[in-house]
Design a binder for this molecule. Structure first.
Ligand code: ARG
Length: 460
């Protein structure tokens, strides 16, 4: 079968080369975007008087027919036609005859493929933004129900200070807010149009790239044709933003795994979102958060993969750039699936408030407040810290919590202790006392929640 570029060749391409260089197996995902770009291009060629109205109409009708076929999965792809661009052009040729050959006027696959990916990512980033917003909404809903839920806050995975469970959940909300900001910001650069850059140097035809940009909804046109065809920053940014998002998702996933374990029992993941073991009948496994955690690896890999492809590439287009696609597609699917499944998992998980409260009752996470109690009575904090440390040590040897020691026991460490110390180290009081802006007191968490609700409502 003749290659669309076969004129200069005296031999058939080796089968292995066809196989090795073809991208149609994966870039067929770009079909709709490729057609969209072609329609805008051919209309522009018409407006600029480069093609006649009749030619534009024939090509456009043909492309619309391709689009319908692509949507129904009726477009036939052939490896010999290498990639999505030449496959579509070939189908167009079969459908409307030689006039199809005019579509590629003033265009190269180099600016075409770059345009396709800009269009593709713009749409996918929008999808991801709304999926992420949905996860944020679920976090806000859980937070609303748990402002007063007392929960052991950790440092070094050791109980540190009692906090509001809503406060802990909302920490993830703000991570995801920054993720959304990053994606939104990246859209500014996704919205640059490469088309019209030609192979690398521009074109001899009197085209209007700004018209094409307008038709495709781009708000900036690459001012340098070389940069236009060789830039993949917008994909790298997407992969980098996605890596940071996956890192956040993975941290949350790790906590969900821990919290649902026998050791913690802080949450119960709904049966519908867990799986069983083929050998141990009692098992209920948190496969979903485990897989979210695990899939983080491939997203990082996709970023490092493309960074490495780009490193040291001479200008302008090189076939290496074809390697930009699979990692990008894989990242889109991974992010979308992870967000899609996380939202209902968060919505349906049961928060075991009594277990959380129980954890607080038996630990020493109110020790800071005992030290603060003494410090407020004038003892330098360092000294108060030391006295409190000794009291904690004593309590551990007596197998008692700080609330269970008697006033006399306290007085043997400092005469400054009085009856009101019990109030000061009561876990609820401990939580409520951290009333500085951004702190864990229910009052401050309510302020934070209002801010979060405002964000998900107005989607700024
Ligand atoms: N399939 C190619 C890619 O994805 C399209 C551009 C090919 N251009 C070329 N001159 N070989 O990068």
């Amino acid at each position: 079968m003749d290659k669309l570029w076969g004129g200069r060749f005296s031999k058939e391409t080796d089968q292995l080369v066809d196989q090795f260089t073809a991208s149609i197996f994966f870039d067929q995902k770009l079909a709709a975007y490729d057609i969209e770009g072609s329609i805008a291009h051919v209309e522009m060629l018409g407006s600029c008087g480069i093609l006649s109205d009749g030619e534009v109409k024939k090509i456009k009708d043909g492309l619309l027919e391709m689009k319908r076929k692509a949507e129904k999965g009726e477009l036939h792809y052939r490896q010999e036609d290498e990639d999505i661009h030449m496959n579509i052009e070939r189908s167009l040729l079969d459908a409307i005859g030689p006039v199809a050959g005019k579509l590629h006027t003033a265009r190269s696959r180099n600016d075409q493929v770059a345009t396709d990916m800009h269009l593709y990512l713009r749409e996918k980033i929008d999808e991801i933004l709304s999926l992420l917003l949905q996860v944020e909404k679920e976090i806000v809903e859980q937070a609303k129900k748990n402002v007063e839920t007392i929960f052991p806050g950790y440092t070094h995975l050791q109980r540190a200070q009692p906090i509001s469970f809503a406060h802990h959940l909302l920490a993830y909300f703000w991570m995801f807010e920054r993720d959304r900001e990053r994606y939104k910001d990246s859209l500014k650069r996704v919205n640059w149009l490469p088309l019209g850059a030609g192979a690398l140097a521009g074109t001899t035809f009197p085209i209007d790239r700004f018209l094409t940009a307008k038709k495709l909804g781009f708000d900036f046109v690459y001012p340098n044709s070389i940069d236009a065809v060789s830039d993949r920053d917008f994909i790298l940014e997407f992969l980098a933003n996605s890596s940071i998002l996956m890192m956040h998702l993975s941290r949350l996933a790790e906590e969900l795994v821990l919290w649902s374990s026998q050791e913690f029992q802080f949450i119960e993941i709904d049966d519908a979102f867990c799986t069983g073991s083929s050998i141990m009948p009692q098992k209920k496994n948190p496969d979903v958060p485990e897989l979210i955690r695990g899939k983080t690896g491939r997203v990082y890999g996709n970023l490092i993969g493309l960074l490495t492809v780009m490193k040291g590439l001479p200008l302008a287009y090189n076939k290496d750039l074809q390697e930009d696609k699979e990692g990008m597609f894989d990242t889109v699917i991974t992010i979308e699936q992870s967000l899609q499944i996380l939202a209902p998992l968060l919505r349906t998980m049961e928060v075991r408030k009594e277990r959380m409260a129980e954890a607080i009752r038996t630990d020493y996470s109110n020790a800071t407040d005992l030290a603060d109690y003494l410090a407020k009575k004038g003892i330098p904090f360092r000294e108060a810290h030391d006295i409190t440390g000794k009291i904690v040590y004593y309590a551990i040897t007596k197998k008692k919590s700080l609330l269970e020691l008697s006033l006399n026991e306290y007085r043997s460490y400092s005469p400054l202790f009085e009856e009101d110390l019990y109030q000061a180290i009561d876990p609820r009081q401990v939580m409520a006392a951290r009333n500085s802006y951004g702190g864990t007191s229910p009052e401050q968490v309510a302020v934070q929640l209002r801010l979060a609700e405002e964000r998900v409502r107005t989607n700024p």
